[in-house]
Every structure is written in structure tokens, then in C-alpha cells.
Design a binder for this molecule. Structure first.
Ligand SMILES: *Cc1c(COP(=O)(O)O)cnc(C)c1O
Length: 233
């Protein structure tokens, strides 16, 4: 049984080393603790160690966890990072702070319509299939500019940037290529006048490569909470 507190400390020092190597300030990186498949008590342990941003993949599991942790709601940020179907957008618009996995304009339109006026705008990233894998969700890079322009114009949401889950690669040089491609895609959107500040990329196995290429949010599960059951990995 690994300790969430020790693991968090190790991940924070990996982030600090990667920032030092890249000449970037550690404050430029937000660590998102991916708590999917782990219960509310694991989240509480991480909160006790100073962690405040949590990522979830499965909508119903996340809603149950957010409800079980309602006493901590004001100090936490909940990020949906898993696939979102259009019939599930309403509870997501009502319960989350961020959605990283928007891959269709229609999903963003529904989130915009359904975001309660009493809450801050929902923060969105567009998910990009940066490695071009047939099995992966996400927009093709060529589709991103038109969708980004349309999403950026919607009320009650704020388009913050891009998210990707690159194909696993064995070493740093190979890991950096897709992260670099995502950074360049966001820079191209900036050249077209979109103001974006978020690159959600980097996980337990490749956070150093992602930080070297400009990640601003790294999404780390296994290195904080330990291994997940295979079926839901
Ligand atoms: C599960 C998951 C992560 C975390 O992956 P680890 O390898 O456990 O760090 C990050 N991003 C997404 C989208 C995930 O589904």
C-alpha cells in the first residue's frame, strides 16, 4: 500500500525537476490528481497533503464522489477528462469546474446552454487526437481551428486550450514529438487571434516530456494513487 502523501511529494519533485530543466517556473504547472476508480477517502488523503485539483473520467462515478465530498467543494476544482456524451452534459455543466475532453461543437453548445448562471463559466479544453490513432477520441488537428473559433464565441463557458493523450512512447525524444505538435497547434490558434493559455498534456509516464514542451496542466493518476484495476484502466 503506497502512501498518497509520499507519492504526491515525489510527483511534485518530478515536476520541479522538469521545470528546472526546461527553464520554466513551477507555478506555470497545475498538477491535476486523476482520482478515477479511487474512492472519496483517497481524495481526502490527497487534500490533506495540499492537493486541490482532481480529474475524473466517468461521469456517474465523479458525480457520486463530488457529492460524497460536498463538505470540501469550495476548496476543490473538479475536472472531467474522460469521454462525454451529449445526454450527460447537464449534470457535468452543473457539477464540474473544467471539461478537458470536448471533441465536438455540439457538446460545447450544450454545456454552454446548461451551465447555471449562478456558477463561474465552465472552463473548457478541446481534446485533440494528436497521434492520429484510429481508436482514440478527439478532434483531428485540421478540424481544431474552426471548432475552436465557434466554441470561443459561446456564453457561460471559457475556452482555455487544448488537451491530448498521445500514443505511449518508450523514450523522451519520442514522447516529446506529439506534445510539441499540440503546443504548435495552440500557437497557430493564437496567431489567429484566439487567447488560450492551457495545454493539458502529460501523465504519470511522460510528464517530463510534456513539461519540456510547454504543458500547463499535467494529469497524473497512477503515480499518485497507485495502479488501477485493468478493466477500467
Ligand atoms: C487515466 C488518465 C490519466 C492519468 O493516467 P496515469 O497514467 O494513471 O497518470 C490522465 N489523463 C486521462 C485522460 C486519463 O484517462
Amino acid at each position: 500500500m503506497t502512501s498518497v502523501i509520499d507519492n504526491l511529494q515525489q510527483v511534485r519533485s518530478r515536476i520541479a525537476s522538469a521545470c528546472a530543466a526546461a527553464g520554466r517556473p513551477v507555478q506555470a504547472i497545475t498538477l491535476l490528481a486523476v482520482s478515477k476508480t479511487f474512492g472519496p477517502e483517497a481524495v481526502r488523503a490527497a487534500v490533506a497533503a495540499g492537493q486541490t485539483a482532481f480529474g475524473e473520467n466517468y461521469v456517474q462515478e465523479a458525480l457520486d464522489k463530488i457529492a460524497a465530498l460536498a463538505d470540501l467543494r469550495a476548496q476543490l476544482q473538479w475536472h472531467l477528462i474522460g469521454p462525454l456524451q451529449s445526454n450527460k452534459t447537464r449534470p457535468v455543466a452543473e457539477a464540474f469546474d473544467w471539461v478537458h475532453s470536448v471533441d465536438r461543437l455540439k457538446i460545447a453548445q450544450r454545456l454552454s446552454e446548461q451551465r447555471p448562471a449562478t456558477l463561474a463559466p465552465l472552463q473548457l479544453c478541446l481534446q485533440v487526437n494528436i497521434s492520429g490513432e484510429a481508436s482514440k477520441s478527439g478532434l483531428a488537428p485540421a478540424e481544431v481551428p474552426a471548432v475552436a473559433r465557434a466554441v470561443a464565441g459561446l456564453p457561460r463557458i471559457t475556452l482555455r486550450g487544448l488537451m491530448a493523450i498521445p500514443e505511449p512512447a518508450p523514450h523522451a525524444a519520442a514522447q516529446r514529438a506529439p506534445h510539441r505538435a499540440l503546443r504548435e497547434l495552440m500557437a497557430a490558434l493564437g496567431d489567429q487571434g484566439l487567447v488560450l493559455d492551457t495545454l493539458s498534456m502529460g501523465m504519470s509516464a511522460d510528464l517530463e516530456a510534456a513539461i519540456a514542451e510547454g504543458a500547463t496542466i499535467v494529469r497524473v493518476g497512477t503515480a499518485i494513487f497507485g495502479g488501477r484495476p485493468q478493466a477500467r484502466a
